[in-house]
Design a protein around this ligand. Structure first.
Ligand SMILES: [Fe+2]
Length: 497
């Protein structure tokens, strides 16, 4: 019996795959990768029209198509292929997987995505998993329970693969919590064609639900309906069971013929619920919709939990570091005011040089802490009113390394540590502590150096008066591409003048 099955499978031959991409090197890359396995028979097309012609001549099990192509787009090709043969699996290739595009393609029947640049293992894995899924679906002779079991595993894998693209957009950006809730509601609406979506916080003390965000059509109306007793019963049920539910009823719930509610949990306790109302076309929600919403809320809960955890650890660490820096400042008031001014100037330069929000946040932290290593410099040197001897100056020169060492155990501040370590390096390599030069010095450290030096030049010290603005600018200009990165100096002078 087993031999017969094997014989049938062997007779079926290689699986037919069609690769569609206008860019020849991409087609070659995919074809070479797939040919390693000798399991597939591969055809190729350089545009949508050619792909449809080839598609009509054979029984293709899988199509891998680029989204951006001249002429017929990948999305249109996806539509046309699905019209011709809905059982053909289609994987889309994209250089830039936006949420809209991904959701759209999933709705139109794409089974998965490949993002450029390709990871060959990922490509082979996805092709294999979707072809196996098709084989299981097609093979009616197999024992039913086994099919269901296998299908479940494959579904889960494919589902995770697809959804990771969607949810990455929640995780990528350092959004505040309100923006995260907004994004979750938007995604929920897109995923299941909802009409209106609400995120409500649950207050255990008074057993009430407070709308945090309501998005979609007739949002205001829906926000008011939150206080409807029938809806509240459903919400309470979700809270009690800690499970997502789907509720389809025309009789009992006039305000919503079809509704999905899913709990938002933080560390096993209920934060609130996400509730989404009937589809725009008045159809009811399906089990698949429920599954999408459940995955979304689980992922969102995890994301919020991590964020809250991160924020509490982070603020503890920052408090400790601030107390360290204030112990330096208690001895030397110059350091205190200097750190504030340097931070302020560095942020201005970083903003003018189009740094990202994360980079500006890094420079803000590094600016405040950049001289934390001076904690190890004795008062006799740190507070000396006269010029330092070379030996004393050597002690001062240790402060970037000491500062970097202080921050070493704080894994979260990796980037900031590097800025602090290198804030006395010079573009020409004559700085300290390591003597690295040019672009070897981290960009944000080069910015801090300019701000730090300018502030040192223009501040009054016990042993000398600060320079005038004009003198400082000419000094900065003179040191372009010697002490400082010329581009940073230019950006800085533009801010000053
Ligand atoms: Fe310093």
């Amino acid at each position: 019996m087993a031999e017969n099955v094997l014989a049938v499978k062997t007779c079926k031959g290689k699986k037919k795959i069609l690769i569609v991409d206008d860019y020849l090197p991409t087609r070659r890359l995919i074809i070479d990768a797939l040919n390693q396995t000798e399991l597939y028979e591969i055809s190729e097309a350089e545009n949508g029209e050619e792909a449809l012609r080839i598609f009509a001549t054979d029984n293709f099990e899988l199509v891998i198509s680029d989204i951006m192509m001249p002429g017929m787009s990948g999305m249109e090709l996806l539509n046309r292929i699905k019209e011709k043969n809905s059982s053909t699996a289609v994987i889309m290739i994209t250089g830039n997987p936006t949420t809209d595009l991904t959701v759209n393609a999933i709705k139109k029947g794409a089974v998965d995505f490949l993002t450029k640049p390709f990871d060959i293992d990922d490509l082979l894995y996805k092709v294999d998993i979707h072809l196996r899924e098709k084989a299981i679906l097609a093979n009616n002779e197999e024992e039913e329970s086994r099919i269901v079991e296998q299908k479940k595993i494959l579904d889960r894998t494919a589902h995770i693969s697809k959804q990771s693209y969607i949810y990455d957009s929640i995780e990528d950006s350092p959004l505040n919590n309100d923006a995260i809730f907004e994004k979750i509601a938007e995604l929920a609406l897109k995923l299941v064609d909802g009409e209106v979506c609400a995120i409500l916080f649950f207050d255990e003390r008074d057993n009430e639900f407070h709308p945090k965000i309501v998005k979609g059509e007739s949002a205001e109306l829906y926000a008011n309906s939150m206080y409807n007793p029938a809806l509240k019963m459903i919400f309470n049920d979700v809270i009690e069971r800690k499970e997502a539910i789907i509720f389809n009823s025309n009789e009992h719930l006039e305000i919503a013929p079809s509704i999905i509610c899913s709990p938002l949990m933080i560390r096993n306790s209920i934060l609130g619920i996400l509730s989404i109302r009937k589809k725009k076309n008045r159809e009811i929600f399906s089990k698949n919709d429920l599954h999408h919403i459940l995955s979304l809320t689980k992922r969102a809960s995890l994301n919020l939990e991590n964020k809250i955890l991160y924020e509490s650890i982070y603020s503890n660490i920052m408090d400790t570091l601030k107390s360290l820096i204030s112990s330096v400042q208690a001895r030397d008031h110059y350091t205190e005011e200097h750190s504030v001014r340097v931070t302020d100037l560095s942020i201005k330069i970083a903003t003018a040089m189009s740094c990202s929000r994360q980079e500006i946040e890094s420079i803000r932290i590094a600016g405040i802490l950049h001289d934390v290593g001076k904690i190890a410099v004795p008062d006799s040197i740190l507070l000396k009113p006269d010029k330092l001897t070379p030996e004393e100056y050597n002690v001062i020169k240790n402060h970037p390394t000491i500062g970097e060492n202080i921050l070493k155990p704080v894994m979260l501040l990796e980037k900031e540590r590097k800025i602090i370590e290198y804030h006395h390096e010079r573009w020409d390599g004559l700085g300290y502590p390591t003597g690295i030069a040019g672009k070897e010095i981290p960009f944000l450290a080069r910015i801090l150096t300019v701000a730090d030096s300018y502030d040192a030049m223009t501040s009054d010290r016990p042993y000398r008066l600060g320079m005038s603005l004009e003198k400082a600018i000419s000094e900065m200009n003179y040191n372009k591409n010697k002490q400082f990165d010329g581009d940073v100096v230019e950006a800085f002078i533009k801010i000053l003048t």
